[in-house]
Design a protein around this ligand. Structure first.
Ligand code: ADP
Ligand code: 2DT
Ligand code: MG
Length: 206
């Protein structure tokens, strides 16, 4: 059996990641494919609850400590994700290690230091970067109360994302309509799934 594909959606706040993840999962299910949604941070685990307490300002943590918790929150999902991919289930993932590096680097931590804890995680088969200028993101509603929902930080995060962007990313212009974005993401995903029927190994982050 061909292994499932790891499909990642990354991008700044309000670029439409969660909207597109749900639409992609529904569209793939409608085509009778096995697919599951993962979201990072996963706030349901013990580590995730600590992250949630930090993001909602009910707990203070050192910048490095919270960075490592975000990474640990991915590591604790790894075995299950590998099992599912091996069983032929496609995974649509809402944020991953790039968000980890982008936010912590934007706060002032060293880029290489930030990348290290995620080394060895399963590598996505396709990374969509939903690109939206901060000014456009702001028009999609006022900032909420979470710790990172601040204009200056969001601008820094976008800059780091643009620095991290490599030629393997598929950049989606998030100024487009929800449906236009969906069709673009679905088309690329279906190509990747067809392509992936040939290989069976996991690529790991380096
Ligand atoms: P993210 O998960 O990237 O933060 P969401 O999917 O939660 O973004 O979308 C943030 C807000 O923007 C929601 O109110 C959503 O309905 C709206 N939105 C999402 N995509 C678009 C789009 N392409 N054009 C206009 N508004 C959008
Ligand atoms: P959501 O709004 O998508 O729940 O994200 N974040 C996320 C990090 O700082 N490091 C990480 O590794 C990840 C995955 C981005 C909550 C916030 O958490 C930030 C926004
Ligand atoms: Mg979201």
């Amino acid at each position: 059996m061909a292994r499932g594909r790891f499909i990642l959606l990354e991008g700044c706040d309000r670029a439409g990641k969660s909207t597109q993840c749900t639409m992609l999962v529904d569209a793939l299910k409608a085509k009778d494919l096995s697919v599951e949604l993962y979201k990072f941070p996963d706030r349901t685990t013990t580590i995730g609850q600590m992250i949630h307490a930090y993001l909602t300002n009910s707990k203070e943590l050192d910048d490095r400590a919270i960075h490592l918790l975000f990474s640990a929150n991915r590591w604790e999902a790894m075995q299950e994700m590998k099992r599912k991919l091996s069983a032929g289930i496609h995974l649509v993932v809402d944020r991953y290690a790039y968000s980890g590096v982008a936010f912590s680097t934007a706060k002032g931590l060293d880029l290489t230091w930030c990348k290290n804890p995620d080394r060895g995680l399963i590598r996505p088969d396709i990374t969509f970067f939903l690109d939206l200028p901060t000014s456009e993101a702001e028009r999609r509603g006022g900032f909420g109360d979470e710790r990172y929902e601040k204009r200056e930080l969001q601008e820094n995060v976008r800059e780091v994302f643009l620095k991290l962007k490599d030629k393997e990313w598929t950049v989606i212009d998030a100024k487009k309509s929800i449906l236009a974005m969906h069709f673009e993401i679905l088309r690329e995903t279906e190509l990747k799934i067809r392509d992936g029927e040939k290989d069976g190994r996991f690529a790991e982050e380096d």
